[in-house]
Design a protein around this ligand. Structure first.
Ligand SMILES: [Zn+2]
Length: 266
């Protein structure tokens, strides 16, 4: 489906898009369009208790990470694969399976902090710029055309392909992944979470191996590499004592609620 849609992205629209790096204002506009498209492409969990739990955890991490150029939004997606991903301008999506498989709240906080890191360090913007300037990643170009092109781009304004764009936007370099991990470690500690949660989530997923390794882990760098770098980063912290691993049973209540709401038997 990407091919036929790609043909509609005219040369004119690509020429319009090929300019300087994405500004914060432009990224917000792209993020609005992205979030709009995700609403029709993803099965969201709308249960207010579940969504509020994730939003509060996310907000706590954002508050601890200093000034941010974006208004972050967190969404819970019903999906049986462990994953989480970021859209432009702080729209962050976490799968229900990720919440269910977290063994404690600090593991989930680690995943959220990692995704916030990709946004805050402008990795999403970098990926957008790279795809646009190389004129690859047709789905990103189409998303950009829909966000910036207005009526001049014709069929590129049609909906669809937001998820494919999300995959492009979340294809990070080794450096970007390690930077997001480092960001997560420091942000977690400042927010009162024990960063060992990030490490233990990596380790439990790595043990599973095979096709079950989620895409946010199985891309490069290798998981062992990330585990090692994250461990070193945690050692550089002054202390991890006193930092929270659990949130007093709240996560477990949310996990039960997800099973109830989604009808998951596990
Ligand atoms: Zn990542």
């Amino acid at each position: 489906m990407g091919v036929s849609r790609g043909l509609f992205v005219s040369a004119a629209s690509i020429a319009v898009l090929a300019c300087g790096p994405l500004t914060v204002t432009e990224e917000r506009r792209l993020g609005d369009q992205f979030a709009y498209e995700m609403r029709s492409e993803l099965p969201f969990v709308y249960d207010r208790v579940i969504v509020q739990y994730v939003r509060e955890m996310g907000q706590g991490l954002i508050d601890a990470s200093g000034p941010q150029p974006f208004q972050y939004r967190f969404y819970v997606v019903y999906d049986e694969d462990i994953n989480a991903f970021a859209g432009p301008a702080g729209h962050i999506y976490v799968h229900t399976e990720t919440i269910l498989r977290a063994r404690n709240a600090s593991e989930l906080a680690g995943v959220l902090a990692h995704e916030v890191g990709h946004v805050q360090r402008r990795h999403i913007a970098e990926n957008y710029n790279r795809a646009r300037n190389a004129r690859i990643g047709t789905d990103i170009l189409a998303l950009g055309a829909r966000a910036f092109g207005g009526e001049m781009v014709g069929s590129a304004t049609a909906m669809g392909g937001g998820l494919a764009a999300a995959t492009w936007l979340n294809s990070f370099s080794r450096e970007a992944e390690l930077e997001a991990d480092g960001f997560a470690v420091w942000t977690m500690a400042r927010a009162g979470w024990n960063p060992l949660g990030l490490l233990s989530f990596f380790e439990s997923l790595a043990k599973e191996g095979g096709p079950n390794v989620p895409s946010f882990l199985s891309s490069h760098p290798a998981t062992e590499d990330r585990i090692e770098v994250t461990r070193v980063e945690i050692q550089r912290l002054d202390r991890t004592r006193g930092l929270a691993t659990s949130d007093g049973g709240k996560l477990e209540i949310i996990q039960r609620r997800i099973r109830l709401v989604t009808g998951s038997r596990r």
